[in-house]
Design a protein around this ligand. Structure first.
Ligand code: 536
Length: 356
């Protein structure tokens, strides 16, 4: 079994190690456009030694943004600022990935540092869309517009256009966001999907949105580049989506050409009881890897070098994705390599060599 600092090859792409930076919303764009914040934020993490740097949930349509500050890729003007960042990431030895997303009924919210509640249409917000006209709840209580079948096709076309722009921007790793209670996950979960047409009800109907979207994106995303999906493996709520359904979905996604499943959880409903703790989502990555025979990424409360290394060495996942720990320490991969006795695996930028 490989260890944390062994390279990882998926299709034609080889990551220099098995540490990835998880996609993390920065809520710092104007009309979806990336700027110097994103260059410094993502660029620093490439310098720190991560093998993969995944850009935040990037909206495929303006109404698919969680907040007015979300990154976007719904227009051609978004491409060049992202391409600039990706040239920097690549120059420093990391692979640039992107998560393309639609927030569904959790869109139209204030940025977290302004409270995160839904914004009224006359206060900078907009009408949200979802599988069914069922609000999320709590302070995100807007009643979404239930998408018609034509409108569903429109959103899927938005994902296809976003994938083409992602390629034009130089990304070499694509992730579809189907987790955390956003649009695609809203189709999966019976708690948010109450449709009576071919997109709701049975398991086959609830997975139709993500399977069709995957199939459509597969046609425009190069066969030789990694194509991945993030799912919430369980809603942690009675009557919701669960790990058994996730395993079966992973098998179907593999058939559609998905190369890796990024295994998160939660986000569907506000009343979920989530047993947060070290490695709490790792068993999901392990089960999907074993039972669906597909590569997985483990994410969530992974903070320690030995912990991350053990996940890889034990074959629970092929890749670990760090989020908040990478915010606390962009040089986590360099520090972890040293701690694990693989110091040579992470080389400093030449400008920093004398301090290494
Ligand atoms: C963590 N978050 C994920 C976000 C933005 C808000 C915070 C995202 O995917 N864009 C989260 C984890 C699990 C469930 C809900 C939210």
């Amino acid at each position: 079994m490989p260890h944390l600092f062994d390279p990882f090859t998926l299709k034609s792409i080889t990551l220099r190690n098995r540490v990835g930076v998880s996609p993390m919303c920065q809520y710092s764009s104007d009309d979806g456009v990336a700027n110097d914040w994103h260059l410094v934020h993502l660029g620093s993490r490439a310098l720190g030694g991560a093998g993969l740097v995944i850009a935040e949930a990037t909206a495929v349509a303006p109404e698919g943004r969680i907040t007015p500050g979300d990154a976007g890729i719904w227009a051609d003007k978004h491409v060049e600022p992202l391409a600039r960042i990706n040239r920097f990431i690549k120059e420093h030895g990391a692979v640039a990935g992107i998560q393309i997303a639609h927030a569904g009924r959790k869109a139209s919210a204030a940025v977290p540092w302004a409270g995160g509640a839904h914004l009224a249409n006359d206060a900078g917000g907009w009408t949200t869309v979802a599988p069914s006209a069922v609000p999320f709840g709590g302070d995100q209580n807007k009643v979404p517009h239930a998408l018609s079948v034509d409108e569903i096709k429109g959103v899927q076309a938005n994902f296809v256009a976003a994938a083409k722009r992602s390629l034009a921007a130089g990304y070499e790793w694509l992730e579809l966001h189907s987790a955390h209670g956003y649009l695609s996950h809203e189709f999966l979960s019976p708690l948010s999907n109450q449709r009576t047409d071919s997109y709701g009800g049975s398991f086959d109907n609830r997975i139709r949105f993500i399977l069709e979207t995957t199939r459509a994106v597969r046609k425009v995303w190069p066969e030789n580049l990694p194509f991945t999906v993030r799912i919430s493996c369980t809603d942690w709520a009675e009557g919701g989506w669960d790990i058994d359904q996730s395993v079966e979905l992973a098998r179907r996604l593999k058939t559609e050409g998905i190369d890796l499943v990024d295994c998160s959880s939660g986000g569907a409903v506000p009343h979920a009881k989530i047993p947060v703790g070290p490695d709490f989502q790792v068993p999901f990555a392990e089960r999907i890897r074993r039972e669906a025979d597909i590569a997985t990424a483990a994410v969530g409360m992974i903070t320690e070098p030995k912990q991350a290394d053990a996940i890889i060495r034990s074959g629970q996942a092929d890749l670990v994705l760090l989020a908040r720990e990478e915010l606390r320490d962009p040089y986590w991969p360099a520090h972890a390599a040293k701690a694990l006795g693989h110091a040579a695996a992470v080389q400093p930028p030449k400008q920093y060599a004398r301090a290494w």
